[in-house]
Design a protein around this ligand. Structure first.
Ligand SMILES: [Zn+2]
Length: 499
């Protein structure tokens, strides 16, 4: 394994070396289930999905754990607003999240532990931290004492003294006077009235946010994991605190590698509800194929901010996402190419010829691997995909000439390249004709174009062509073209798309 990843702790690219060769234990911070997922949630999910897929494709046995934060202030508040229980809301939103991530073509994690099912382990961990002198109880709250861990700040590359300088305003009023140090953080919070709570040695309450990830990763993967991932916004304080409490509890390394994906911005601004530039995946799925979002995300290196372009009308209503639309066009080309390959008349394949495929087809797998080994460079990987498709189309174009065949070797190499692309990047997994028709029918509906009307026009054109009335045939083509209908005459008949 020659995979090199940028490591947040080392602040540089380092070879990925799991503790046990051939195995990788990966933990990624998952959703807080209080609302439908937005586009920002898609990015980590797709990034770590490709990491997992890629490792598996090279024979590494991966255990992929992603937690579900189902105990949280936002869940409690939203559930109260909705008049449902926090559990009902959380269960519903977990299903919604799962469905959205499935639609983006992500594999499900091997395990998805929930905070509500990890309470005994969380309490045990807090007790251990108290016993070891790293945590203290104040009333029914328990805090981690950051000054007891000299390495505190090592992940975010700052030290306590620097942090204290501009920090006074960040201390929560409710915690003022309870904590020994402003950066001490809650491991356990005593219950306020009317809140859901769980029994503990410190009275009824619930866990602080950070402790859950340490407890869940230890429970599922042991004291030392190979890679911890999440969004850049989690480096401080969440992951910094995870390191502190885990290392203080076990005395050993918590995670061998730390990987963080960049932010999603909207028209170069931070994505936030108050700016009104917050988009749920479901809104986007109504405008483009989910796979187009995946493709667009992968076309930018995972550490680079993803600047989402959004077209709004004068009243601020969502019109389109140009990058997703562009990605959908690329996917149309991909699926057209794949359909052509799969539908190639077997009489056009020369079984005896040993003529190899073009290097950009034959070596696609190796080229994609080398791109991904270089800090998961999916953007470079997709540039290899573009060349792959060009070469496959060139190969297939040769079969248009009578008596010209292509070798079985080349056909198989092209087919293998598609299989590998779907396996590793999760791109091109759908049935080609199904994908193409779905895109076409959605676009037709958006523009008020009836499918049956287009098909009547095509029949008219075919009739004209059969009668060698090319003036009439061209007139029909021009009429359709003016509406964005592109006619595709293929070996398997005439199809159409909307551009
Ligand atoms: Zn976490």
């Amino acid at each position: 394994m020659a995979l090199v990843l940028h490591d947040t702790l080392a602040a540089k690219e380092v070879p990925f070396v799991p503790s046990e060769p051939g195995k990788a234990r990966i933990y990624v911070c998952g959703p807080t289930t209080y609302d439908d997922a937005h586009i920002g949630h898609a990015r980590p999910c797709v990034t770590y999905d490709v990491l997992v897929r890629f490792l598996r494709s090279t024979g590494v046995e991966v255990t992929y754990v992603r937690n579900v934060t189902d105990i949280d202030d936002k869940i409690i508040q939203r559930a109260a607003q909705n008049g449902e229980s926090p559990k009902e809301l959380s269960d519903r939103m977990f299903l919604s999240y799962t469905e959205d991530m499935d639609r983006l073509g992500n594999l499900r994690p091997d395990r998805e532990p929930k905070v509500s099912e990890t309470l005994p382990e969380i309490i045990e961990l807090v007790e251990k931290l108290i016993a070891r002198g790293h945590a203290y109880q104040v009333g029914s709250d328990v805090y981690f004492e950051v000054s007891s861990f000299p390495e505190y700040g090592k992940l975010s590359h700052r030290n306590l003294a620097e942090m204290e300088a501009g920090a006074s305003e960040r201390v929560d009023d409710a915690e003022q006077g309870k904590k020994r140090h402003p950066f001490d953080f809650a491991l356990w919070k005593g219950a306020k009235e009317g809140e859901p709570s769980w029994p503990s040695p410190w009275g009824p309450g619930r866990p602080g946010w950070h402790i859950e990830c340490s407890a869940m990763s230890m429970k599922e993967l042991g004291p030392t994991i190979d890679l911890h991932g999440g969004g850049l916004d989690l480096v401080f304080p969440h992951h910094e605190n995870e390191i502190a409490q885990s290392q203080c509890a076990t005395g050993t390394c918590y995670s061998r590698h730390w990987m963080h994906n960049g932010f999603v911005q909207v028209n170069k601004e931070k994505m936030s509800k108050s700016l009104g530039n917050f988009f749920r995946l479901r809104e986007a799925f109504a405008k483009v194929e989910p796979e187009a979002i995946r493709y667009a995300l992968l076309s930018v290196h995972y550490r680079t901010p993803f600047n989402l372009e959004v077209d709004l009308d004068d009243e601020g209503h969502l019109l389109s996402f140009p990058q997703f639309r562009e990605a959908e066009n690329r996917l149309e080309y991909l699926y057209e190419t794949k359909a052509r390959l799969l539908e190639l008349d077997s009489a056009k394949i020369d079984e005896a010829s040993s003529e190899p495929a073009h290097a950009e087809i034959a070596e696609f797998q190796a080229r994609l691997r080398s791109a991904l080994e270089s800090d998961l460079n999916t953007a470079l990987g997709l540039s290899h995909v573009a060349l792959l498709l060009k070469r496959i189309n060139e190969l297939l174009d040769r079969t248009k000439q009578k008596k010209t065949k292509i070798s079985r070797v080349a056909w198989t190499a092209a087919h293998e390249a598609f299989r590998h692309l779907a396996e590793v990047l999760g791109i091109g997994q759908a049935e080609p004709r199904f994908f193409l028709e779905r895109v076409r029918d959605r676009r037709a509906k958006e523009r008020g174009i009836e499918r049956s009307w287009v098909e009547e026009k095509l029949a008219l054109r075919n009739q004209a062509r059969a009668q060698k009335d090319f003036v009439q045939a061209d007139a029909v083509r021009a009429e359709l073209s003016a509406l964005g209908v592109e006619i595709l005459d293929g070996t398997a008949g005439t199809t159409w798309r909307l551009v």
